[in-house]
Ligand binder design. Structure first.
Ligand SMILES: [Zn+2]
Length: 333
C-alpha cells in the first residue's frame, strides 16, 4: 500500500443514461468522450513516449517539465507496453527504473536527480535544497536548486506544477480529495512565498490530467466535508444524474433521517476546487492552466485507478530547474 491511490470510494458506473445526460449538459466534460488536447497544452512525442507539456512553461529556457502518459515504456500491462512510473506489485523494479530514465530523457532532464515522496494524502510540503539521503513522506515538493527533478505520482489524483518565472522556483503537488480538502495547493503557494520569496501574483500553475467531474462520483458526505472548509464549496459539486427526473441539488436541503430518501451521490470537481484555492492564495486566474483531461475518460492516454482498479499504473508529473545563464547576464567586469 506504499503507493496506494486513495480512491476507496469506488463506485462502478453502470448508468449509461447518466453519462448521456451529463454529456448533453456539459459537452466539454463529456464522460467517455475523447477530450481534445488543445493549446496551450501539447503532447510531445519522443522515443515512443508522449509527454504532456504546457507552452508557457516550455517557453522558460531554464525550466524542464512534463506530465507523463501511459504510452510507450518498458512495463507490460494487459499485453501492452506502458510507462508505469511507480514501484507496484505487478511491475518489475527494472522496468520502472527504465521508464523513469526514458521520461527524464524525454523532458530533457537526463542527468537530474529525481526526487519523489512517499505520498500520504496529506498537506505536507517539503522544500529540497539537495536530493534527500532517505525517502521523505509528504505530498508537495519545492525547490529552486538546479538539477533536481521533482515528481508527483498520480492515477486520478490531481497533479499540480507551480513555477515562479523570476525566482526560478518550482513545485510539484499531489492533490487527491484529502489533499485538496487539506488545502495542499494553497499551502504550497504560501510556502513558496516563505521559502523563496515567490510572490503568488507572478506564479504560473498547471493542473494536470486527473479524474474529472464527469467521472468522480462521491457520496453525499463529501458535500459536508467540503462545505465545512470552503465558502464556495457548493460550486465544486454537481448532482449525480440518473435516468429519473432530476432532483436538483437535493443535498442542499437534506432533512433528518426518515423524512426523505437518502441523498444521492454527487460529482466532485477537484479541478475547480484546486483552481479556487490557487486564486484564494493570490495566483492570477489567467496564470492557471488546467488541462481538463479526465484520466477515467482517457484511459487510452492515462492510467485511472478508479476506472482500471488496483492493477493500473502510475503517471509522474515532473518539474525542475536547469543550470541556465541568460545571454548578457554575465558579469560586465
Ligand atoms: Zn471523465
Amino acid at each position: 500500500m506504499a503507493d496506494c491511490c486513495d480512491y476507496t470510494v469506488w463506485i462502478v458506473r453502470s448508468r449509461k443514461t447518466s453519462l448521456k445526460k451529463s454529456r448533453n449538459r456539459q459537452p466539454e466534460r463529456g464522460a467517455g468522450a475523447l477530450q481534445a488536447i488543445s493549446t496551450p497544452w501539447n503532447l510531445k512525442k519522443t522515443s515512443g513516449l508522449q509527454v504532456l507539456q504546457l507552452a508557457p512553461f516550455t517557453r522558460l529556457p531554464w525550466l524542464v517539465h512534463g506530465f507523463s502518459t501511459r504510452l510507450g515504456g518498458a512495463s507490460t500491462l494487459d499485453g501492452r507496453k506502458v510507462l508505469n512510473l511507480s514501484f507496484l506489485d505487478w511491475d518489475t523494479k527494472e522496468s520502472v527504473l527504465e521508464n523513469r530514465r526514458r521520461l527524464q530523457a524525454a523532458v530533457g532532464a537526463k542527468d537530474f536527480k529525481l526526487v519523489a515522496l512517499k505520498q500520504i494524502h496529506s498537506a505536507l510540503i517539503v522544500p529540497f535544497g539537495a536530493a534527500p539521503a532517505n525517502p521523505c513522506s509528504g505530498d508537495g515538493l519545492l525547490t529552486k536548486e538546479p538539477g533536481l527533478l521533482l515528481g508527483a505520482r498520480t492515477a486520478d489524483c490531481v497533479p499540480i506544477l507551480l513555477v515562479h518565472p523570476n525566482e526560478r522556483a518550482v513545485a510539484a503537488i499531489h492533490a487527491g480529495w484529502r489533499g485538496t480538502l487539506a488545502r495542499i495547493v494553497q499551502k504550497a503557494v504560501g510556502r513558496m512565498h516563505y521559502e523563496y520569496d515567490c510572490k503568488p501574483v507572478d506564479l504560473l500553475a498547471a493542473i494536470g490530467p486527473s479524474i474529472g467531474p464527469c467521472c468522480y462520483e462521491v457520496g453525499a458526505e463529501f458535500v459536508t466535508k467540503f462545505t465545512a472548509q470552503f465558502a464556495d464549496a457548493e460550486e465544486y459539486f454537481d448532482e449525480a444524474r440518473t435516468g429519473d427526473e432530476p432532483n436538483p441539488l437535493q443535498w442542499l436541503n437534506m432533512r433528518p433521517p426518515g423524512h426523505q430518501p437518502p441523498p444521492k451521490n454527487v460529482h466532485l470537481d477537484l479541478w475547480k476546487a484546486n483552481r479556487s484555492q490557487l486564486i484564494a492564495a493570490g495566483v492570477k486566474a489567467k496564470n492557471i492552466y488546467s488541462s481538463e483531461l479526465c484520466t477515467a475518460c482517457r484511459t487510452d492516454l492515462f492510467f485511472s485507478y478508479r476506472k482500471e482498479g488496483p492493477v493500473s499504473g502510475r503517471m509522474l508529473s515532473v518539474i525542475g530547474v536547469r543550470e541556465y545563464m541568460e545571454l548578457g547576464s554575465r558579469s560586465r567586469d
